[in-house]
Ligand binder design. Structure first.
Ligand code: ZN
Length: 166
């Protein structure tokens, strides 16, 4: 299957080269460094604005997509910081600024994502802002693979790429 007659649509697994540049011209990341992205279209595996922009694209097609924070990683919230006592983390837990954490609130069983902002003597400052919150993102993308998703992938709501474990 070479994807010749396919277009990006729901239930299609898309493989794509990309470069992500921030408003100041800094290249934040790219497939050249990280390898191509592979994902199941239509299931929110990638940020909403980017997913939306890809519908209808064909093999080999390239596109520039500019995403404002509302369709990328959200607005930056200066209030969204919290000091967590160091002993709330397992002993020897490798904490590093920028790393993402899965936190659970008092009664919730749904984990939510937070990021280590700063490590202080009195505790760890975590933020609920994604590192790219408030940023306008400039993507250059190129579709390099299209295939129909397997029933199992549609079931799980994500692509099963090599090395994927479930
Ligand atoms: Zn799976």
């Amino acid at each position: 299957m070479n994807g010749k007659n396919l277009v990006v649509a729901d239930d299609i697994v898309v493989r794509m080269d990309y470069t992500l540049t921030l408003a100041d011209g800094e290249i934040f990341d790219s497939s050249a460094a990280e390898g191509p992205l592979e994902f199941l279209q239509g299931y929110g595996e990638i940020i909403p604005g980017l997913e939306q922009a890809l519908y209808g694209m064909v093999m080999g097609e390239e596109k520039d997509v500019v995403l404002t924070p509302d369709v990328a990683y959200g607005e930056y919230d200066p209030e969204a910081f919290e000091l967590v006592p160091t002993d709330a983390f397992p002993q020897g837990f490798p904490l590093e600024p920028g790393m993402s954490l899965e936190l659970f609130d008092e009664d919730g069983d749904e984990p939510f994502e937070a990021f280590v902002s700063e490590i202080r003597p009195e505790g760890v400052v975590v933020t609920f802002n994604h590192p790219l919150a408030g940023e306008t993102l400039h993507f250059h993308v190129k579709i390099i693979g299209l295939r129909p998703a397997l029933p199992e992938e549609i079931d799980h709501g994500h692509a099963h790429t090599p090395g994927h474990s479930h």
